[in-house]
Write a protein that binds this ligand. Sequence first.
Ligand code: ZN
Length: 140
Amino acid sequence: MTAGHRVSVASELFDFYIAELLRRAGLDAVAYTSNRLRFDDGRAVAEFPHAGGCGRCGNCKGARVDEQRRDGYTVVMVGDGYSDRCGAKAADHVVARGDLLEWCRGGGIAVQSFEGFAGLARWMHAASPNGGSPRSAPEC
Ligand SMILES: [Zn+2]
């Protein structure tokens, strides 16, 4: 958490993959939720400890957004794909690219586009100096 922000990752991927991606990026300290894969007698067993929310997602990002909002945070949802839709519907602000961007535009969800994470980080820093909500479009 920096400057009153809480950053977390919600993923529909498995835990070992997300942990490795965060480690490689030097972001081991970032909290995340994901689906889980464990091995039992040589068999892979998928687990969905964060199921719930809409009842269709393995890790419903809408439910993750609701948790953050209950904790008093204004939530900026950043995403790009199908599994981000529940989060986009629940978030205070949506920043998207790819399929999610088009889906939001088609469904009347206010959305701002982004291209790369470096530009997104600059926008987040500039738009919310007091931990408040973003006020302008990202320049990514
Ligand atoms: Zn969902």
